[in-house]
Design a protein around this ligand. Sequence first.
Ligand SMILES: CC(C)(COP(=O)(O)OP(=O)(O)OC[C@H]1O[C@@H](n2cnc3c(N)ncnc32)[C@H](O)[C@@H]1OP(=O)(O)O)[C@@H](O)C(=O)NCCC(=O)NCCS
Length: 171
Amino acid sequence: MTTIKPETIHTGRLTLLPLQVEHSEEMATVLSDPGLHTFIGGAPATPQALRRRYERLVAGSPDPTVFWCNWVIRIRDVDCLTGTVQATVTAADHGLLAEIAWVVGTRWQRRGIATEAATRLVTWLGTQAVQTVIAHIHPDHAASAAVATAAGLAPTDQWHDGEIRWQRTID
Ligand SMILES: CC(C)(COP(=O)(O)OP(=O)(O)OC[C@H]1O[C@@H](n2cnc3c(N)ncnc32)[C@H](O)[C@@H]1OP(=O)(O)O)[C@@H](O)C(=O)NCCC(=O)NCCS
């Protein structure tokens, strides 16, 4: 059976590192701004809660047909973690489907980090035989829509919990 496991991925400025529990302390600071939750709901996690969440994520999905792939985004020249990208990969009717999402810490935003990371993530998913990539984006979330567009996704007419489903089919 296919297994999808996150690998270290390099882009021009960034390294996408498979998530480790040890990343939680630095990431709790990176993700501490409540403003990051404007469109995605929830609130920043405490370092302890984030550590527990990362422990669960690293342990992997209890469903053997679902793969949780999570990365932290490291910007190489200053050696700092700046955000995360994730892909939840499942078997669908027509091959593998990945739902992707991204977060970049407030002080690191508007530097093209999410665009660079998400674009490369989608390329990587193509190498893992993923055929369909989707994301759910709030209709007012211009930054996220721009990231999805750059990664080759387009909005569909399907809604899910107040968000629009974006999709790309990989040939
Ligand atoms: C969405 C998010 C990841 C974008 O991160 P980022 O690294 O700043 O994005 P980029 O620098 O690659 O910018 C992407 C585009 O959004 C635009 N943009 C960035 N921040 C913006 C803002 N606050 N308002 C409007 N546009 C914005 C950029 O100008 C760029 O547009 P362009 O491609 O037309 O030049 C970041 O805002 C975030 O983490 N938000 C909170 C978490 C979230 O909502 N995640 C989405 C879940 S699907």
